[in-house]
Design a protein around this ligand. Structure first.
Ligand SMILES: C[S@@+](CC[C@H](N)C(=O)[O-])C[C@H]1O[C@@H](n2cnc3c(N)ncnc32)[C@H](O)[C@@H]1O
Length: 258
Protein backbone atom coordinates (compact mmCIF):
# COMPACT_ATOMS: atom_id res chain seq x y z
CA UNK A 1 0.00 0.00 0.00
CA UNK A 2 1.34 3.45 -0.87
CA UNK A 3 1.52 6.31 1.64
CA UNK A 4 -0.75 9.35 1.18
CA UNK A 5 1.06 12.20 -0.61
CA UNK A 6 0.36 14.71 2.17
CA UNK A 7 1.83 12.40 4.82
CA UNK A 8 5.04 12.00 2.83
CA UNK A 9 5.33 15.74 2.31
CA UNK A 10 4.72 16.40 6.00
CA UNK A 11 7.40 13.88 6.85
CA UNK A 12 9.95 15.84 4.79
CA UNK A 13 8.79 19.18 6.17
CA UNK A 14 9.39 17.73 9.64
CA UNK A 15 12.81 16.34 8.75
CA UNK A 16 13.90 19.77 7.50
CA UNK A 17 13.28 21.15 10.98
CA UNK A 18 14.65 18.18 12.95
CA UNK A 19 16.75 19.62 15.76
CA UNK A 20 20.41 18.70 15.91
CA UNK A 21 20.53 16.87 12.56
CA UNK A 22 23.19 18.10 10.12
CA UNK A 23 22.52 18.98 6.46
CA UNK A 24 24.32 15.85 5.27
CA UNK A 25 22.04 13.57 7.29
CA UNK A 26 18.66 15.25 7.31
CA UNK A 27 17.51 13.49 4.15
CA UNK A 28 19.68 10.37 4.37
CA UNK A 29 21.39 8.89 7.41
CA UNK A 30 23.86 6.81 5.42
CA UNK A 31 26.54 9.45 4.98
CA UNK A 32 29.00 7.25 3.07
CA UNK A 33 26.37 6.12 0.59
CA UNK A 34 25.72 9.80 -0.06
CA UNK A 35 29.46 10.46 -0.57
CA UNK A 36 29.50 7.63 -3.08
CA UNK A 37 26.53 9.17 -4.85
CA UNK A 38 28.16 12.62 -4.99
CA UNK A 39 31.48 11.26 -6.30
CA UNK A 40 29.58 9.22 -8.88
CA UNK A 41 27.53 12.23 -10.05
CA UNK A 42 30.66 14.40 -10.34
CA UNK A 43 32.13 12.01 -12.91
CA UNK A 44 29.29 12.92 -15.28
CA UNK A 45 29.29 16.70 -14.92
CA UNK A 46 31.12 19.20 -17.11
CA UNK A 47 32.38 22.68 -16.17
CA UNK A 48 29.94 24.40 -18.53
CA UNK A 49 26.87 22.40 -17.49
CA UNK A 50 23.56 23.85 -16.38
CA UNK A 51 22.26 21.35 -13.79
CA UNK A 52 18.92 20.74 -12.11
CA UNK A 53 18.74 18.70 -8.87
CA UNK A 54 15.14 17.55 -8.37
CA UNK A 55 14.09 16.80 -4.78
CA UNK A 56 17.27 18.47 -3.50
CA UNK A 57 16.24 18.38 0.17
CA UNK A 58 18.58 20.44 2.35
CA UNK A 59 20.72 21.11 -0.72
CA UNK A 60 23.75 19.26 0.64
CA UNK A 61 24.52 17.50 -2.65
CA UNK A 62 23.49 20.53 -4.75
CA UNK A 63 26.00 22.72 -2.93
CA UNK A 64 28.77 20.13 -3.30
CA UNK A 65 28.18 20.06 -7.06
CA UNK A 66 27.96 23.84 -7.51
CA UNK A 67 31.72 24.63 -7.72
CA UNK A 68 32.12 22.10 -10.55
CA UNK A 69 29.48 23.38 -12.99
CA UNK A 70 28.32 26.64 -14.59
CA UNK A 71 24.97 26.73 -12.80
CA UNK A 72 22.97 24.46 -10.50
CA UNK A 73 19.39 24.84 -9.36
CA UNK A 74 17.97 22.68 -6.57
CA UNK A 75 14.21 22.25 -6.35
CA UNK A 76 12.08 20.56 -3.73
CA UNK A 77 8.35 20.56 -2.97
CA UNK A 78 9.04 21.13 0.72
CA UNK A 79 9.16 24.83 1.68
CA UNK A 80 10.98 23.90 4.87
CA UNK A 81 13.71 22.02 2.97
CA UNK A 82 14.26 24.99 0.64
CA UNK A 83 14.29 27.41 3.59
CA UNK A 84 16.92 25.20 5.21
CA UNK A 85 18.98 25.01 1.98
CA UNK A 86 18.95 28.80 1.63
CA UNK A 87 19.30 29.48 5.36
CA UNK A 88 22.54 27.54 5.70
CA UNK A 89 24.07 29.62 2.85
CA UNK A 90 23.51 28.67 -0.79
CA UNK A 91 26.85 29.79 -2.23
CA UNK A 92 26.59 29.69 -6.03
CA UNK A 93 23.67 27.23 -5.96
CA UNK A 94 20.11 28.51 -6.48
CA UNK A 95 17.09 26.96 -4.73
CA UNK A 96 13.36 27.07 -5.44
CA UNK A 97 10.18 25.35 -4.29
CA UNK A 98 8.84 23.11 -7.07
CA UNK A 99 6.96 19.83 -7.24
CA UNK A 100 8.60 17.51 -9.77
CA UNK A 101 5.09 16.49 -10.84
CA UNK A 102 4.51 20.06 -12.03
CA UNK A 103 7.94 20.68 -13.52
CA UNK A 104 8.24 21.96 -17.09
CA UNK A 105 10.54 24.06 -19.29
CA UNK A 106 8.56 27.22 -18.50
CA UNK A 107 9.86 27.06 -14.90
CA UNK A 108 13.64 27.26 -15.23
CA UNK A 109 14.34 26.58 -18.92
CA UNK A 110 16.23 23.51 -20.15
CA UNK A 111 19.28 21.84 -18.67
CA UNK A 112 22.37 19.85 -19.67
CA UNK A 113 21.94 17.53 -16.69
CA UNK A 114 19.04 16.60 -14.40
CA UNK A 115 19.77 14.64 -11.22
CA UNK A 116 17.24 12.74 -9.17
CA UNK A 117 18.95 11.48 -6.02
CA UNK A 118 16.34 9.45 -4.12
CA UNK A 119 13.50 11.84 -4.98
CA UNK A 120 11.21 9.85 -7.28
CA UNK A 121 10.98 6.93 -4.84
CA UNK A 122 8.90 9.26 -2.65
CA UNK A 123 6.13 9.53 -5.23
CA UNK A 124 2.99 7.54 -4.56
CA UNK A 125 3.45 4.96 -7.31
CA UNK A 126 4.40 4.08 -10.86
CA UNK A 127 1.81 6.41 -12.47
CA UNK A 128 3.30 9.45 -10.69
CA UNK A 129 6.85 8.17 -11.17
CA UNK A 130 6.26 7.92 -14.94
CA UNK A 131 4.85 11.45 -14.95
CA UNK A 132 7.96 12.71 -13.15
CA UNK A 133 10.20 10.94 -15.70
CA UNK A 134 8.19 12.56 -18.52
CA UNK A 135 8.62 15.97 -16.87
CA UNK A 136 12.36 15.47 -16.53
CA UNK A 137 12.53 14.67 -20.26
CA UNK A 138 10.88 18.02 -21.08
CA UNK A 139 13.56 20.02 -19.24
CA UNK A 140 16.59 18.27 -20.75
CA UNK A 141 18.17 19.38 -24.00
CA UNK A 142 18.61 16.62 -26.61
CA UNK A 143 21.74 14.67 -25.61
CA UNK A 144 21.49 16.05 -22.06
CA UNK A 145 21.96 13.61 -19.18
CA UNK A 146 19.52 12.25 -16.65
CA UNK A 147 21.36 10.89 -13.59
CA UNK A 148 18.83 8.59 -12.00
CA UNK A 149 19.69 7.45 -8.45
CA UNK A 150 16.68 5.76 -6.91
CA UNK A 151 15.75 2.54 -5.13
CA UNK A 152 15.51 -0.79 -6.98
CA UNK A 153 13.07 -3.51 -6.00
CA UNK A 154 15.15 -6.44 -7.22
CA UNK A 155 18.38 -5.23 -5.59
CA UNK A 156 16.65 -4.84 -2.23
CA UNK A 157 15.09 -8.29 -2.54
CA UNK A 158 18.42 -9.96 -3.39
CA UNK A 159 20.21 -8.13 -0.61
CA UNK A 160 17.56 -9.20 1.89
CA UNK A 161 17.88 -12.79 0.71
CA UNK A 162 21.61 -12.68 1.37
CA UNK A 163 21.08 -11.00 4.75
CA UNK A 164 18.58 -13.58 5.94
CA UNK A 165 20.77 -16.43 4.66
CA UNK A 166 23.62 -14.94 6.72
CA UNK A 167 21.44 -14.75 9.84
CA UNK A 168 20.62 -11.03 9.66
CA UNK A 169 17.12 -9.59 9.60
CA UNK A 170 15.67 -8.43 6.31
CA UNK A 171 15.75 -4.65 5.99
CA UNK A 172 12.22 -3.37 6.50
CA UNK A 173 10.55 -1.48 3.67
CA UNK A 174 10.54 2.29 4.11
CA UNK A 175 6.92 3.47 4.45
CA UNK A 176 7.32 6.50 2.18
CA UNK A 177 9.36 4.81 -0.55
CA UNK A 178 8.13 3.02 -3.67
CA UNK A 179 11.13 1.20 -5.14
CA UNK A 180 11.36 0.89 -8.93
CA UNK A 181 10.93 -2.36 -10.80
CA UNK A 182 14.16 -2.32 -12.76
CA UNK A 183 13.02 -3.93 -16.04
CA UNK A 184 9.76 -1.97 -16.18
CA UNK A 185 11.56 1.31 -15.45
CA UNK A 186 14.30 0.74 -18.02
CA UNK A 187 11.67 -0.09 -20.66
CA UNK A 188 9.85 3.14 -19.87
CA UNK A 189 13.01 5.27 -19.77
CA UNK A 190 13.91 3.90 -23.22
CA UNK A 191 11.11 5.98 -24.78
CA UNK A 192 12.93 9.28 -24.17
CA UNK A 193 16.44 8.24 -23.13
CA UNK A 194 19.39 6.19 -24.32
CA UNK A 195 21.06 4.20 -21.56
CA UNK A 196 24.70 5.30 -21.18
CA UNK A 197 25.85 3.62 -17.97
CA UNK A 198 24.64 1.24 -15.30
CA UNK A 199 26.23 2.23 -12.00
CA UNK A 200 25.92 -0.60 -9.50
CA UNK A 201 26.49 0.25 -5.87
CA UNK A 202 26.57 -3.46 -5.12
CA UNK A 203 30.00 -3.47 -3.47
CA UNK A 204 28.79 -0.79 -1.09
CA UNK A 205 25.64 -2.67 -0.18
CA UNK A 206 27.48 -5.97 0.19
CA UNK A 207 29.98 -4.48 2.65
CA UNK A 208 27.78 -1.90 4.44
CA UNK A 209 24.62 -3.99 4.65
CA UNK A 210 26.01 -7.54 5.03
CA UNK A 211 29.69 -7.67 6.10
CA UNK A 212 29.56 -4.70 8.47
CA UNK A 213 26.45 -5.81 10.44
CA UNK A 214 27.85 -9.34 10.73
CA UNK A 215 31.14 -7.96 11.98
CA UNK A 216 29.63 -5.85 14.76
CA UNK A 217 26.69 -8.12 15.73
CA UNK A 218 24.96 -8.10 18.17
CA UNK A 219 25.61 -4.34 18.12
CA UNK A 220 23.91 -2.30 15.42
CA UNK A 221 26.16 -0.99 12.64
CA UNK A 222 26.86 2.74 12.66
CA UNK A 223 26.52 4.60 9.36
CA UNK A 224 29.47 6.91 9.89
CA UNK A 225 32.03 4.13 10.26
CA UNK A 226 35.42 3.42 8.73
CA UNK A 227 34.22 0.22 7.09
CA UNK A 228 31.42 2.09 5.27
CA UNK A 229 33.96 4.67 4.14
CA UNK A 230 36.10 1.84 2.73
CA UNK A 231 33.02 0.32 1.09
CA UNK A 232 32.21 3.64 -0.61
CA UNK A 233 35.78 4.02 -1.89
CA UNK A 234 35.82 0.46 -3.24
CA UNK A 235 32.42 0.86 -4.90
CA UNK A 236 33.71 3.85 -6.85
CA UNK A 237 36.29 1.62 -8.53
CA UNK A 238 34.87 -1.91 -8.51
CA UNK A 239 31.86 -2.87 -10.59
CA UNK A 240 30.76 -6.04 -8.79
CA UNK A 241 27.65 -7.55 -7.19
CA UNK A 242 25.23 -5.52 -9.38
CA UNK A 243 22.42 -7.84 -8.31
CA UNK A 244 22.87 -6.72 -4.68
CA UNK A 245 22.56 -3.00 -5.33
CA UNK A 246 19.60 -1.43 -3.52
CA UNK A 247 20.51 1.77 -5.33
CA UNK A 248 19.16 1.70 -8.87
CA UNK A 249 21.49 4.10 -10.63
CA UNK A 250 21.67 4.85 -14.34
CA UNK A 251 23.13 7.57 -16.52
CA UNK A 252 20.85 8.28 -19.47
CA UNK A 253 21.05 10.61 -22.47
CA UNK A 254 17.96 12.45 -23.71
CA UNK A 255 17.05 11.25 -27.19
CA UNK A 256 16.88 13.72 -30.06
CA UNK A 257 13.26 14.67 -30.73
CA UNK A 258 11.71 12.43 -33.41
C1 LIG B 1 15.41 11.12 0.30
S1 LIG B 1 15.26 12.86 0.17
C2 LIG B 1 16.64 13.17 -0.89
C3 LIG B 1 17.07 14.61 -0.91
C4 LIG B 1 18.32 14.89 -1.70
N1 LIG B 1 18.18 14.52 -3.08
C5 LIG B 1 19.46 14.16 -1.07
O1 LIG B 1 20.00 13.25 -1.68
O2 LIG B 1 19.80 14.51 0.05
C6 LIG B 1 13.87 13.11 -0.91
C7 LIG B 1 13.56 14.57 -1.15
O3 LIG B 1 12.63 14.61 -2.24
C8 LIG B 1 11.67 15.61 -1.95
N2 LIG B 1 10.46 15.29 -2.73
C9 LIG B 1 9.61 14.25 -2.58
N3 LIG B 1 8.62 14.30 -3.48
C10 LIG B 1 8.83 15.40 -4.23
C11 LIG B 1 8.14 16.01 -5.30
N4 LIG B 1 7.00 15.49 -5.77
N5 LIG B 1 8.65 17.12 -5.86
C12 LIG B 1 9.80 17.68 -5.37
N6 LIG B 1 10.47 17.17 -4.32
C13 LIG B 1 10.02 16.04 -3.75
C14 LIG B 1 11.49 15.55 -0.44
O4 LIG B 1 10.94 16.73 0.09
C15 LIG B 1 12.92 15.29 0.02
O5 LIG B 1 13.60 16.48 0.30
Amino acid sequence: MTAPVEMVKQFWEGRAEAPGVGDSEVTHADVWQRELEIETILKYLGRGDRVLDVGCGSGYTTKRLAPHVAEVIGVDYSDAMIRRAVGSGSGPAVFAVKDVLELGPADFGVFDVVISERCLINLSGWVEQRRAIDNVATVLRPGGRFIFIEGGRQGRKNLNLLRTTAGLEAMPTVWHNVDFDEAETLAYLDRDFVLERRLPFGVYDFVARVVHPLLVAPDAPVYDSRINEIAATLALHVDAFPELSRVFCRVLARREAA
